[in-house]
Design a protein around this ligand. Structure first.
Ligand code: PEP
Ligand code: MG
Length: 837
């Protein structure tokens, strides 16, 4: 039972603070009450799902409202996104209908608004005055920081628009669900109205706060998109969106997801398509998902139907959040992010507004929801780009999930063992499949780039998609072979065919299982040279995956993940606890913390960075860190604290001259002094990413314990080819002999005095590995799931043969020739090709 209000007990306005984070809400309350010390205030907090889990819960908010409700009413302040929806639902849920009229949901910024609201309420203001005061709480800050909206840099704004700019979409698949979700998520945190127009196709404008509308822009790679912003934070919002676009909305760089990529195939090709490699043999199990029915019933009042809808949306949100957390543990953060777009759709203000209009016009919640979702799905399905078009399946999946929640129709689960055949598969269903019982998947429809296919790949389930509706009539129990590498499906194969596929499948899975089983052991080449195989990490979840995949260490922790998507830098304590969590997840293996590697290409708003014409050649990496001494100091203190307990290396990125390294080391000494001295075992190294550094590496050697070659950047700088520019992608091959000479120079100069690692993508490239090892590289750092295969590759080669191969490659004229030579060499069992040049 909720705590009962004391309606007559207090004449002052009650305040409820709704936030995704309990500690944030409590701290905000402390800050606000500090202002009215000694004066009575009635505040209740409804924040977080528990002390540490982010989320908002309508029932908790309802109880908070009821606790502080009284004759003067209640003002509710919220943080972002679903906090607003949960608060609205909480008001609907209030048991006392008269209480609903006493509650005001205030659109103020949480912290500023709360401070002002508390002051006003304790001064006796009524609830309308409290809410109005809170809503204008940002004015002081605005007039200080934005004395007048100046002219935007990019182009003249139209009337009513404060800032306008243009970006070009550089994401491989355009502004599809994940980048769009990132964009929408950021825009929704700003006090600005932002709209987008696809200048290339003339589509739009659409509000940037609506995922469903952004999807309809059909913004493909190369399209130009205009951003128009208005409101108090218009300029900041514009800069932020342009910066996000410049870093591809934080999607993993192309080429960095080789293991997770679908087998090459044209997406729109007719007939079955390979979607997740491997061979599956088993008996057919058809997954028949009964279409969700819209019940034939008379709708209730608009209030009842709206409440029903919101409860269904809230229940679905909880399910998706649970699935997302499980997927992050199971397949990693990058693929789990698929579900962010689903969450975004559930909070989509435009979609909900359409549903609301339907309900207000007399429709029931299921009908209004189905109609609004169908409209979004139609828009997305009508897009020209096949990849974006495939996102219609996500819209449908989330739409059905909510409909099931509203109407109480359960989804069908698949428990039986065998080859799963279905019309299509939702990401939620794909994430829940049991890898041990599902030997393969065949989908009548779908595409290799669908989120279900991505999840099937991450989970290692052989999958073929687009097999046609005929597959749905294959009798249950029929024996079937699914070759997810070629796209072949063989129904009721002859004994000989079955035996040969079984054999191949067996060999493949045995090999994969052997690789995983052997991954815990250190890798040694055939001639017994030890090669450390480490993992590149960008989150604690990555560290958990890396440990499970047998990584010997964390060769690169991209600490940037802690600094993006927030309004101020993480403090020392927060960094310490994240780094410690990574070290713990790695089971005490050495972690290499790379200091912040951001720059003009990946701006962070709170660092006040200026836009640069050539950001990759500008203030990035160590240059930026040295320009922000306290930022670097905090990070190094956090690293030193963790290093007292567990092996830690500190690595400085984008170093160009020795002086930078010496300054960074001095900063490390100062940080260590703060915690009582340099922790024993803390090692210091640099990334070799600048060609000049590779060539003068001798000068750095007295000051480092290790080196790590960042082939991603080294390649772009050595070949003068922007790593984010698809038009020059063909040049960006780390097997270019020029690159190999740089690596050779580093290894020769080092003469085994310090370890030389490679942590760029080349370390996971099958053809590059023998060359790197032949040139003298001693460590490889790759994405977590690549570790077992890379260890196995190391075990197959003989370093002496690799050395001969590397000599041949160094004499060749281009990367193509080098790749051909290595492929021939590998085909001959790893014997150095002679005279291949
Ligand atoms: C590199 O440049 O190779 C590297 C590993 O760093 P990042 O990709 O994070 O720039
Ligand atoms: Mg780099």
């Amino acid at each position: 039972m909720p705590d009962k209000p004391h309606p007559d007990a207090d004449p002052s306005v009650g305040i409820v603070v709704v936030s995704h984070s309990r500690s944030l809400a409590q701290a905000a309350v402390s800050l606000a009450t500090e202002m009215v010390r000694g004066r009575e205030t009635r505040i209740a907090v409804a924040a977080g799902l528990d002390d540490t889990t982010f989320g908002t819960d309508a029932v908790q908010i309802r109880r908070a409202i009821e606790r502080v409700d009284g004759p003067a009413g209640v003002v509710v302040l919220m943080d972002l996104g679903s906090a607003v929806l949960s608060a609205e639902l909480a008001v609907d849920l209030l048991e006392d209908p008269t209480a609903r009229d006493r509650v005001l949901l205030c659109p103020a910024a949480l912290v500023e608004g709360l401070v002002v609201a508390v002051v006003a309420a304790s001064g006796g203001a009524d609830r309308h005055e409290v809410a109005a005061e809170a809503a204008s709480a940002l004015m002081g800050k605005q007039s200080h920081l934005l004395p007048e909206a100046g002219s935007p840099a990019q182009s003249a704004p139209a009337a009513g628009v404060d800032a306008v700019g243009i970006f070009t979409v550089t994401n491989l698949h355009g502004l599809h669900a994940r980048p769009a979700a990132r964009l929408v998520g950021e825009v929704r945190t700003m006090d600005a109205q932002v709209s987008l127009r696809n200048l290339t196709t003339g589509t739009g404008p659409v509000p940037a706060s609506s995922l469903s509308k952004v999807a309809t822009l059909g913004a493909q790679e190369g399209h130009q998109v205009e951003v128009a912003a208005s409101g108090p934070q218009a300029r900041w919002a514009l800069e932020h969106v342009l910066a996000l676009a410049a870093r591809q909305f934080d999607e993993p760089q192309r080429g960095s997801v080789e293991l997770g990529s679908p087998p090459a195939s044209p997406t729109d090709r007719a007939g079955p398509l390979p979607a997740s490699p491997g061979i599956g043999v088993g008996t057919v199990r058809i997954m028949r998902v009964a279409p969700v029915k819209i019940p034939d019933e008379a709708p209730g009042s608009a209030a009842v139907e709206w409440r029903r809808l919101r409860e269904g949306v809230a229940a679905t949100r909880r399910d998706v959040q649970r699935l997302r957390a499980a997927a992050a543990r199971d397949v990693g953060e990058a693929d789990a992010a698929i579900f962010d777009a689903h969450l975004m759709l559930l909070d989509d203000p435009d979609l909900l507004a359409d549903v609301r209009s339907g309900i207000d016009a007399g429709q029931g919640a299921p009908t209004a929801w189905a109609a609004a979702v169908a409209a979004v799905e139609r828009d997305v399905a009508g897009l020209a780009d096949p990849y974006l078009r495939a996102r219609a399946a996500d819209v449908r999946a989330v739409g059905d999930q909510v409909l099931r929640a509203i109407t109480g129709q359960p989804a069908t689960g698949v428990a039986a063992e065998g080859i799963l055949i279905a019309r299509d598969l939702t990401p939620a269903a794909a994430a829940e499949l049991d890898r041990d019982s599902v030997q393969g998947i065949v989908l009548a429809y779908g595409s290799p780039t669908s989120h279900a296919a991505i999840l099937a790949r991450s989970r290692g389930i052989p999958t073929v998609v687009g097999a046609g509706p005929e597959v749905l009539s294959i009798p249950e129990g029929t024996v079937m072979v699914v070759d997810g590498t070629s796209g072949d499906i063989i129904i009721d194969p002859s004994r000989t065919v079955l035996a040969s596929y079984r054999d191949r499948g067996h060999q493949q899975s045995q090999r994969a299982a052997e690789q995983v089983a052997a991954a815990a052991r250190h890798a040694r080449s055939r001639d017994d040279v030890a090669v450390l195989v480490a993992a590149n990490l960008g989150s604690v979840a990555d560290a958990q995956a890396a440990r499970g995949c047998g990584a010997d260490a964390a060769g690169l922790v991209r600490t940037e993940f802690l600094f993006h998507g927030r309004t101020e830098a993480p403090g020392v304590d927060e960094q310490e606890s994240e780094y410690r969590a990574i070290a713990e997840a790695m089971g005490g293996r050495r972690i290499t913390l790379r200091t912040l590697d951001i720059g003009g290409d990946k701006p962070v708003p709170y660092l006040g960075m200026v836009a640069e014409a050539n950001p990759f050649l500008g203030v990035r990496g160590i240059r930026l860190a040295l320009d922000h001494p306290s930022l670097l100091h905090d990070q190094l203190v956090a690293a030193c604290r963790v290093a007292r307990e567990t092996p830690v290396s500190v690595m400085f990125p984008m170093v160009s001259v020795v002086k930078e390294l010496l300054s960074a080391r001095a900063a490390l000494d100062a940080a260590a002094a703060d915690i009582g001295g340099m922790p024993a075992g803390l090692e210091v190294g640099i990334m070799v990413e600048v060609p000049a550094v590779a060539l003068k590496i001798e000068a750095f050697l007295p000051h480092v314990d290790f080196l790590s070659i960042g082939t991603n950047d080294l390649t772009q700088y050595a070949l003068a080819a922007d790593r984010g520019n698809e038009s020059v992608a063909a040049l960006l091959d780390p097997l270019d002999p020029g690159l190999l000479h740089l690596v050779q120079h580093v290894c020769r100069a080092v003469r085994k005095r310090v370890p030389v690692a490679v942590c760029g993508e080349a370390a996971a490239d099958e053809l590059a590995i023998p060359l790197l090892l032949g040139l003298g590289v001693t460590e490889l750092s790759v994405s977590p799931y690549a570790v077992p295969a890379i260890k196995s590759r190391v075990r197959e080669v003989e370093i002496s043969a690799c050395q001969a191969l590397a000599r041949t490659a160094l004499g060749m004229c281009d990367a193509e020739g080098v790749r051909g030579a290595v492929a021939r060499w590998a085909g001959q069992g790893g014997v150095a090709a002679s005279g291949a040049a």
